[in-house]
Design a protein around this ligand. Structure first.
Ligand code: NAD
Ligand code: UDP
Length: 310
């Protein structure tokens, strides 16, 4: 049994990690400032004697004993990370410094939830870990992209300078139950719009691509990365690529919704294509996603039906 901190643990992915770690018999401290996370996401764990929830902002230092840290604190949806971009950069950078300092003092292993956004609007396809990326450093996405890039820099400097046991996962678009209905990301937007009978908002022509990974698959990969001996950075995502238009049509079909597709302006710097090359994860972690898009969408639709009473 280990003492494990999950920052951002009341958020979408974090809450699934907390659940999985508790089920595996660990002691879990969920640290969250509830910016996009919710108590209800971890409510089922409140009664568990090995689970603890702490309201704390990772931009401030934290002194506590621990064996492992999953550092997920950071809003992940463009709508939310652009709401207060300065706080987003602080969360990534100061948050990383504080959590790395904590890991150094306690000699803990620490995993960073990095992102495919470090590749920006990629000029090579699919994206491999050796690609350095194509990021606009002054655009509206930069607070997130550059914040996450700087966090990776810090992780690797602590690794080289202090011999810290780091793990860096580059997570690609992940979806599933416990995304917020107003999260703003494409899967939750389309499902909520379809269930309410609202228009489905396609940004641009919908020809941009993403590759969607179901949360259960991703969490399995993160835990394998933490437990294994690979430092990373390592891509974790589902390599099956879809256009946004294809996703919209799939959601309409699965929800049997009569919602109409409407085109909206494409946000600035929106990446045109994104697909992980997961050869490294397959080879080094023996990991690959197993949940097909249709099954993952059905499970997510089921969740949102319950949430919305639809
Ligand atoms: P989320 O918004 O649901 O979760 C983020 C959590 O961090 C929330 O609970 C939020 O309240 C918390 N948080 C934000 N700022 C904080 C702060 N200063 N101090 C403490 N807590 C803070 O998003 P998610 O999809 O669960 O993403 C989790 C992590 O995974 C993020 O770091 C994100 O960048 C990364 N990631 C996610 C995806 C994805 O597709 N979901 C893709 C790439 C990377
Ligand atoms: N998108 C869309 N309609 C929406 C929300 C998003 O067409 O209601 C598009 C968005 O422009 C992007 C893709 O879907 O091309 C994925 O967007 P998301 O915000 O989910 O994640 P990210 O852009 O960070 O991959």
């Amino acid at each position: 049994m280990k003492r494990i901190i999950v920052t951002g643990g009341a958020g979408f992915i974090g809450s699934h990690i907390c659940e999985r770690l508790i089920a595996a018999g660990h002691e879990v401290l969920c640290v969250d400032n509830f910016f996009t996370g919710r108590r209800v996401n971890v409510q089922a764990l409140f009664e568990h004697p090995s689970f603890e929830l702490m309201r704390h902002d990772v931009t401030f230092p934290l002194y506590i004993e621990t064996d492992q840290i999953y550092n997920l604190a950071c809003p992940a949806s463009p709508v939310h990370y652009q709401f207060d971009p300065v706080q987003t950069t602080k969360t990534s950078v100061h948050g990383a410094i504080n959590m790395l300092g904590l890991a150094k003092r306690t000699k803990s292993r620490i995993l960073q939830a990095s992102t495919s956004e470090v590749y920006g609007d990629p000029t090579i396809h699919p994206q491999v870990e050796s690609y350095w990326g194509n990021v606009n450093p002054i655009g509206p996405r930069a607070c997130y992209d550059e914040g996450k890039r700087c966090a990776e820099t810090l992780f690797f400097d602590y690794y080289r300078q202090h011999n810290l046991a780091i793990r860096v996962a580059r997570i690609f678009n992940t979806y599933g139950p416990r995304m917020l209905p107003n999260d703003g990301r494409v899967v939750s937007n389309f499902i909520v719009q379809a269930l309410k009978g609202d228009d489905i908002t396609i940004y641009g022509e919908g020809q941009q691509t993403r590759s969607f990974c179901f949360v259960d698959d991703l969490v399995g990969g993160l835990i394998k990365l933490m437990e294994g001996d690979v430092t990373g950075p390592i891509n974790l995502g589902n390599p099956v690529e879809n256009t946004i238009l294809e996703l919209a049509e799939k959601v309409l079909q699965l929800t049997k919704s009569k919602s109409k597709l409407v085109k909206k302006p494409l946000p600035q710097d929106d990446p045109k294509q994104r697909q992980p090359n997961i050869s490294l994860a397959k080879e080094k972690l023996g990991w690959q996603p197993t949940v097909p898009l249709e099954e993952g969408l059905n499970r997510t639709i089921h969740y949102f039906r319950q949430q919305l009473g639809a």
